[in-house]
Write a protein that binds this ligand. Structure first.
Ligand code: GDP
Ligand code: IMO
Ligand code: MG
Length: 427
């Protein structure tokens, strides 16, 4: 059996995936991003230095690990090369260790423009996107007109596809938004130049993973966003445009659905959300702000404040059940150090009395029902042995396990590796 594993978020993103992937990187021979784009912001602390990655796998600073970007990722070349340049002094030999699928769709300047115009316009539902062009790029992919990396390697092919795209977008931009036309020649030249720059990094990622597995090596799949932002399983339409739940690993990386044998679902000890959309356990008073302050809850990509709420076991359990999640990683438990009482949402009452269509994740009318746990009122920051945790913290962790019906295999008590308790030594 293949020994691959995955680390992904089970809430609305920012669960601490980057820290955990970096921490677990020495247990893998390669790490692979398989969906999303530079809307992600994954924070790692290496030698006290804070590093935020958007597109590169969070294993990039481990000099022996191969870093892969699978075909399910939408790539902004500008963002990619900016990130490579920024990280190069810390992560050596990136050119040899980074492999990107030529089947990845590219984020074009018009995707970013349309994302921004739609978010500003009164005619569209405001989602509170990251304005990175993610939604429009995935729209083009599904509409079968996306420009993929492979298209930038051949001028004739690019010309044909780009002409079709630019005329489509020009019609929309001019007639709907009253915006000026796109500069076709400039976009074409940029694509050709990026194609040349990308060439040495390209590889058949699906086959690379296969070969690694054939020689007994292990691949770690790194999710971006969180399952509640998944376009099919999340709080639609307030979601991103990719499959960020475990179901997206196979299609986004080009592997079989049975090729991952351990899925670690990362959850914060509370919950946060950036942008619009329902969040039943949101704390609207000063306490929400206090948690946000203590947790440093500011978007790693856009700098927007994150909304905070109590741990919601209802949504997490739904995702666990429909996704074969193996175990939980509970992060940021230290942020709750100051609380007398900590709430966990274990059920919903629906204002309209029904939940027959819970699958639609229309959570606007969901009223949370809570249980309460006693706070520990002492600092957990940096604790790295289970036996050093106060009794109340252990009770809280056990309660999370009980309500989610899944073991907590890793506990995170701080932003760097020191504050990590590996409960399950077999990971
Ligand atoms: P990601 O998108 O899931 O990788 O998460 P982000 O990096 O966007 O946000 C998580 C934030 O919490 C970052 O600032 C991390 O440095 C920080 N962090 C991660 N784990 C912990 C933890 O256990 N305790 C505390 N206090 N901070 C953490
Ligand atoms: P990481 O990987 C938190 C949210 C946006 C918005 C919605 C759609 O760091 O956890 P998009 O630009 O993707 O079309 O925006 O999704 N969003 C995230 N929220 N963490 C992220 O990534 C996010 N990526 C997108 O705020 O509500
Ligand atoms: Mg983030």
């Amino acid at each position: 059996m293949k020994n691959n594993f995955a680390v992904l978020g089970l809430q609305w993103g920012d669960e601490g995936k980057g820290k955990i992937v970096n921490f677990l990187s020495d247990r893998a021979d390669a790490a692979c991003r398989y969906q999303g784009g530079h809307n992600a912001g994954h924070t790692l602390i290496i030698n006290d230095e804070k590093i935020v990655l958007h597109l590169l796998p969070s294993s990039i600073c481990h000099k022996n690990a191969l870093s892969l970007i699978g075909k399910g990722v939408v790539i902004s070349c500008e963002a990619l090369f900016e990130e490579i340049e920024k990280i190069e002094p810390i992560a050596k030999n990136i050119q040899e260790r980074l492999k990107i699928s030529p089947a990845c769709s590219l984020i074009q300047p018009y995707h970013i423009l349309v994302d921004q115009l739609k978010e500003k316009s009164n005619s569209f539902n405001t989602i509170g996107t990251t304005l990175r062009g993610i939604g429009p790029a995935y729209e083009d992919k599904v509409a079968r007109r996306a420009i993929r990396i492979i298209d930038t390697l051949e001028e004739a092919k690019l010309t044909e596809k780009l002409e079709e795209n630019v005329s489509f977008y020009n019609f929309w931009l001019e007639n709907y938004f009253g915006h000026e036309k796109l500069d076709y020649e400039k976009i074409k030249d940029q694509n050709l130049a990026y194609g040349e720059k990308l060439k040495p990094l390209l590889a058949d990622v699906s086959s690379v993973i296969q070969s690694l597995n054939d020689s007994g090596k292990r691949v770690l799949f790194e999710g971006a966003q969180g399952a509640l932002l998944d376009v099919d399983q999340g709080t639609y339409p307030f979601v991103t445009s990719s499959n960020c739940s475990p179901a997206g690993i196979a299609s986004g990386a080009g592997i079989g659905p049975l090729d991952v044998n351990y899925i670690l679902g990362v959850v914060k000890a509370y919950v946060t959300r950036v942008g619009e959309g329902p969040m039943p356990t949101e704390i609207h008073d000063a306490l929400g702000e206090e948690i946000a302050n203590k947790g440093g809850e500011v978007g790693a990509t856009t700098g927007r404040p994150r909304r905070c709420g109590w741990f919601d076991a209802v949504t997490v359990k739904r995702i666990i059940r429909s996704n074969n999640v193996s175990a939980l990683c509970l992060t940021k438990i230290d942020v709750l150090d100051f609380l007398e009482t900590i709430k966990i949402c274990v059920d919903y009452d629906y204002k309209d009395g029904t939940n027959d269509y819970a699958e639609c994740m229309d959570l606007e009318s969901a009223e949370p029902k809570y249980i309460e746990c006693k706070g520990w009122k002492t600092s957990l920051k940096g604790i790295n042995r289970y036996e050093d945790l106060p009794l109340e913290a252990i009770e809280f962790i056990k309660k999370v396990e009980e309500v989610c019906e899944l073991p907590v295999d890793i506990i995170s008590t701080g932003p760097n590796d020191m504050g990590t308790i590996v409960v399950n030594k077999d990971i």
